[in-house]
Design a protein around this ligand. Structure first.
Ligand SMILES: Nc1nc2c(ncn2[C@@H]2O[C@H](COP(=O)(O)OP(=O)(O)O)[C@@H](O)[C@H]2O)c(=O)[nH]1
Ligand SMILES: [Mg+2]
Ligand SMILES: [Zn+2]
Length: 354
């Protein structure tokens, strides 16, 4: 039996389930997706599931279940099922594919914490950490920074200096999978029922960290023999694994960008510690670029605000603005297209009337 509380099931999810017309069916959580096959962990084992047609059609790619989603499924054979419904998602991480909101891919749903992993070699880049942080905070997920490969030679003082402003905002861990004692603090940061996603470039040690944190339990779900069925192939690859008596970890392949979707300038300012400085700007809608009596520009001049941090803020803000602008543009085009179709229809109709 799997304890679904470790997987994060609680009253809240149960209430959401009751609202489904399929609320008498089993619920489970998607562990990994292989094309059209969804591996689902449930109270009584692991199931290879497919989607009903109704679940598939009329949905954009990013609306289909992803790792971490809670689904309701109908059993139809030993170890097999059909997913008929999915709980409305919360705190989901999407990977952006191009400039638009629709062209994105869901990576992990129902996430509580995100470990932004960088390795203490060439990969370490504080600007990239800021970007990830902004993108993650926007989704309501709690970010932390994990600086891995601490066994390598690196200048600790220099790193500390560069991340100083982040350290005041989010927890930062220095880890090495070769030094198990460095993982204790990380493990303690994960409570029972919590879902933690690991993000960062490929090669920084995400999978190694997940393995090290899980120890033996990585394959704890293998007690149920996996049957191969049409459209479903067995694989030992898992993305979501349970930590003993704790929470679940979701490993991801290297993701470069989630993309900012809302681009709330106040949130960005808050994150990069610019908000306090902005409080003394003369104008309430100050953009902190060329206004007189701007608290941010003054801090920049006096050296109280780091120029790199300021530039990072401007860059993220610009990017978010471009994104929301292109969304507006698309909606506008969509609208005029719909109008055109309507007009064409009306024309045709009036022809018939004539
Ligand atoms: N020196 C050192 N190497 C590590 C550490 N963690 C992972 N690695 C190595 O880095 C490489 C990439 O690790 P992997 O977990 O596959 O990274 P991922 O792509 O982020 O999942 C492997 O060769 C690991 O052995 C660490 O803490 N220290
Ligand atoms: Mg990996
Ligand atoms: Zn200002």
């Amino acid at each position: 039996m799997n304890n679904m509380n470790i997987y994060g099931w609680n009253d809240h999810q149960n209430q959401l389930k009751q609202r489904s017309i399929h609320n008498t069916l089993s619920h489970g959580r998607v562990v990994v997706v292989h094309r059209t096959c969804y591996e689902v962990v449930a109270g009584d084992g692991l199931f290879q599931c497919e989607l009903t047609g109704a679940m598939m059609y009329g949905r954009a790619d990013f609306e289909l279940p992803c790792t971490g989603d809670w689904v309701l499924f109908q059993l139809f054979d030993e170890g097999k099922g059909i997913i008929v419904d999915m709980l409305p998602r919360e705190r989901t991480l999407y990977r952006r594919r191009s400039g638009s909101i629709a062209d994105r891919q869901a990576i992990a749903a129902w996430v509580d914490k995100a470990f932004i992993v960088q390795s203490l070699d060439d990969n370490f880049n504080v600007r990239r950490a800021e970007r990830f942080m902004a993108q993650i905070m926007e989704t309501g997920i709690e970010p932390m920074l994990v600086l891995n490969k601490a066994d390598l030679d690196f200048d600790r003082q220099d790193v500390d200096r560069q991340i100083e402003h982040l350290t005041r905002r989010i927890p930062v861990f220095f880890t090495s999978v070769r030094q198990p004692e460095t993982l204790i603090a990380l493990r303690e940061y994960i409570s029972e029922g919590e879902t933690v996603v690991f993000v960062g470039s490929s090669g920084v040690g995400k999978s190694s960290l997940v393995n090290a944190l899980c120890g033996e339990s990585l394959l704890a779900t293998s007690e149920v023999s996996l049957s191969t069925g049409k459209g479903c192939h067995t694989s030992t690859r898992r993305e979501m694994v349970a930590m003993p008596d704790s929470g679940v970890l979701i490993d991801t392949p290297g993701v470069r960008e989630f993309g900012l979707t809302e681009g709330d300038p106040d949130l960005l300012a808050e994150m990069l510690e610019i908000a306090d400085l902005a409080a003394s700007c003369r104008f309430a809608d100050c953009t902190h670029t060329d206004e007189p009596d701007c608290g941010v520009l003054q801090a920049l001049e006096s050296g109280a605000l780091d120029r790199d941090v300021y530039e990072s803020y401007l860059k993220l803000r610009r990017e978010a603005w471009h994104f929301s602008a292109s969304e507006h543009e698309k909606r506008r085009k969509m609208k005029s297209f719909t109008n055109m179709v309507e007009e064409a229809k009306n024309k045709k109709l009036s022809k018939f009337v004539e």
